[in-house]
Design a protein around this ligand. Structure first.
Ligand SMILES: [Zn+2]
Ligand SMILES: [Zn+2]
Length: 144
């Protein structure tokens, strides 16, 4: 500890600032319908962190939360509407949108929920049908 790299992130307007320290537990792309609908994009680039690695450093009072299901608490900036991160209490992980952490070198290790894709990506990275077994999924992979 102490020597770990810390990455600063912010919402679209900068009112909410946060940091993520150390290495993410996992990085990749999620193709699920919920991510698409919430992000209004075809695919979501995620970085998963232990909740204790994530710290809001400014603008905590500006963070809005919405949870459609108990699995995901989605956070955004009430000032600009920019998405910040999503807490997954069941998994014990926080998903920070890769795009909000500019200094983190994004190295996708997996595609999840690929059975729902609307944007097939031919990058040679593993495509899981849903989620890894340890996250309650089938662990099955699909061709690109
Ligand atoms: Zn903002
Ligand atoms: Zn998703």
């Amino acid at each position: 500890m102490g020597k770990e790299q810390s990455h600063s992130g912010a919402c679209f307007c900068g009112a909410v600032q946060f940091s993520a320290t150390g290495e993410p537990v996992a990085m990749g792309y999620c193709h699920c319908g919920s991510c698409r609908h919430w992000s209004a994009g075809p695919v979501n680039a995620f970085t998963l962190w232990k909740p204790e690695a994530v710290r809001v450093t400014q603008g905590a009072d500006k963070i809005g939360t919405y949870n459609k299901t108990p699995h995901s608490y989605r956070k955004w900036c009430k000032n600009c509407g920019g998405h910040i991160f999503t807490e997954h209490p069941g998994m014990g992980l926080t998903d920070i949108y890769a795009a909000t952490l500019p200094t983190l070198s994004f190295k996708p290790g997996v595609h999840v929920h690929y059975q729902e894709t609307v944007l097939p990506i031919h990058d040679g990275v593993t495509k899981l049908k849903d989620l890894p077994k340890e996250m309650g999924g089938s662990g099955a992979s699909l061709p690109e």
